[in-house]
Ligand binder design. Sequence first.
Ligand code: CO
Length: 216
Amino acid sequence: MNFGFDYDYNKRHDGNMNHLEHLFDNNRKWAQAVEEAHPGFFQGLASLQSPQYLWIGCSDSRVPANEIVGLKPGELFVHRNVANIVVHSDLNVLSVLQYAVEVLQVRHVIVCGHYGCGGVAAAMEDKRHGLIDNWLCHIKDIYNIHAEKIEALDSQQARSDLLCELNVMAQVNNLAQTTVIRDAWLRKQPVSLHGWIYSIQNGLLKDLGINLDMPG
Ligand code: CO
């Protein structure tokens, strides 16, 4: 296929020792183990995905979506970004949401934050981090709304934990404002929104008790 530029991928990497071969080794072992445990697994998935859930989580490498909830490939549709933010005008998250709700017909959309989120911590600092500061402004806004409640807490840990939770709740509310969710509810499509938080310390999820359903 011609992408309009002169780049022979194979040639470019020929003789280059930095092939990340161990990742390909891991992949072959993984594919083989899955196929042995569930013969025909990949063949079955290749023709169809029908996940029940859309997961909107943090990019953090310590929060692997499928593993946390014990779901196999094909069972969880996933969007991740720094600090699991649902920005009203972010075409990326909106496209994922629209496809998940309208095409895949997921029943549940889960925003899952995590304690110790680096994005949330950075948003609480008075330091420059580069381009990402523009993204983190969304969390600063949440901080400002709840500043009194957050600043009443006596440890940085507690303040950060609370902001991680408030961030998830704000993002669930943002989801409910999207045209995708509002339209789904207007046509009586059952899709529920949930706000959860994950602890890197013990691997456990907590339901933050913000579960939004079709009104009426
Ligand atoms: Co994070």
